[in-house]
Design a protein around this ligand. Sequence first.
Ligand code: HEM
Length: 387
Amino acid sequence: MALLDFDFRDPDLHADPLAYQRRFAVADPVHRNSQGLWVLTRHADVLALLRDERAGTDRRNLYRGKLDQGRPYLTHVEHNLFYRSGDDHRRLRAPLSRAFTPRALASFEAEVASRARSLASRLDASGFDLVAEFAKPLPLGVIATLLGVPDSELDNLATWSMALIAALEPAAPRSVFTAADDAAAGMKALLADLLALRRTDPGHDLLSVVATSGLPLSDDELLHNAIFLLSAGHDTTTAVLTGATAMLIDNPEQRCRLAAPTGVDELVRLVSPAQMISRVATAPIEIGDRVITTGSPILLGLAAANRDPAVFPDPDRLDLTRPQSAHLGFGFGPHVCLGAPLARMQIRSGLLALFDRFPELTAQAPPHREPSAVLTSYRSYPLAAHG
Ligand code: HEM
């Protein structure tokens, strides 16, 4: 067998990141590629690094090297919590967490369920595209409502969010950053106008709550974290809604278990929309007899870790009653997904509404996945009801 060398330009990686990661999980789970990039694919190692403060999250330098100072996308990277670490990260995360407490979300549950039912009721039984007509508008509408952005801006938000998400791709070409600049600037202008309105006339939305909280957050930080929420909060959920629908069409006997306490997490485990996340070593990190040296970039293969047979027996089998305490689909540790409770709520409500409306669904083609090394993002999934 040829020696494995993790390569971001390899089309096989973009076509099927899980299969690509699994080759490493089997043959070289603590992999160092020819460029000095470390790739970890065993559950135990990925979890250990997510717990380890030496696996840092401040990756701003990566972008400073690529983008000129003052470019809107670089300003976005500089100001949001995702790229910070330690106390600085905690300071930025604390105000946002207020919108995601169980109490805050409970008051939102009826709104999510009603959006899901209303979208499901508009689907045409003779044929519809699940992504465009259901799996995308549901989380987009929900996150926009949470932030107090009017529905009239949803199309813009969809375009801008996708442009920001594309910039997460490690081998992204220059044109992607130009589109990300436009997206960051467009979103910031929209949210800045809303923020000014909320300051004089606060509502119950997140912008109002954070803006009037008195917490130490500059306007730039508030706006860029709101932008991050808008982009982080929708395509990942779209991916699970889409992938889960495909799995439930193939395994109809599982549908009655959708309300099982760990049911949604099993779907997140198997879809793992964030296929890989990145870290950088801020000090030497030992794994067995290997040492990741300071400054080395590290990739954590969440997709492979979530199918590690040492933790998940028969890992490819869908079992909505499987105990789920260990899956890493939402990450782990200080950066664990802030929106996980909201995502779970949307996935459960969304799938219940969809299969309630159409107990029998047939796929006209498999879900069409956008090529990507690090994310699962779906473009379309044509379905029809029968029976
Ligand atoms: C099924 C849907 C989702 C999945 C699979 C997912 C996955 C993840 C993962 C893996 C991380 C950790 C990244 C890392 O450690 O590098 C993360 C972070 C984050 N997610 Fe999610 N996410 C989902 C939905 C959402 C939603 C709905 C929101 C917001 C409304 C959201 C907001 C965030 C934020 C703000 C962070 C950054 C937290 C931090 O850096 O402290 N996510 N997500």
